[in-house]
Design a protein. Sequence first.
Length: 277
Amino acid sequence: MRGGLILGLTILAASMLLGEAAMADQPVNWGLGLQPAASPVMQDIRWFHDSLLMPIITGITLLVVALLAYVIIRFNKRANPTPSSFTHNTTVEVLWTVVPVIILVVIAIPSFKLLYKADSIADPEMTLKVTGNQWYWSYAYPDYENIEFDSNLLEGGDLPAGAPRLLTVDNKVVLPIDTNIRILVTASDVLHAWAVPAFGIKIDTIPGRLRETWVRITKEGTYYGQCSELCGVGHAYMPVEVQAVSKEDFQAWVATKQAQAPQGAPNAAATKLVAAQ
């Protein structure tokens, strides 16, 4: 029995590791834990979750289970035929008040630091504007002329072989790695939420308002997300697909997109951005 338990734990650990490796690009079935980090903010989120929250939650859970087991065994009718008659215990009451306060303070300090880091945009080197629509995303690059496009879900026969279903789009976002990127978000109709788990980003897009966040992608790859705010019947069909490339490849992509755009076309995204500000 002991050997079977060890084997089972080994298989579970291996599946978790394999699941994490696969989740570097996209979610996998039966994946456990958060997706591997692809940004400094997500690295801190993973540390906060894995190294702080989970040990505290696990410890509290085990303590409560142990106390319940002790009470059931020690104070049942057979072991304790004469019930105790005390009404309170000052020491215990102080402990169960002070200890939770200390735990909350320990959680709060790194939590506030993480919130501040997620909201503080450090010297943005470029900007991506995201607009949520029912039920697709529109993207614009205000720093580069004539680069704006819509991004729609690919379905059925349009889906390339091997591409993940309900996550692949016709026009993916292309962003450079090792670059501080400011992300401006808004919506044209109802509330949406632009979310990419590997970046540690989930931000609501609100009609008539311009909100911002940031990301610094640390490694190349394709990252997926979805609209995370219920926005109507097509809510489940608003995926986000981001292709992170080297700075050189990004400049080549920009040159290609600008060459494909109609010459002399106004940069509508930049005009809207200036007007909104």
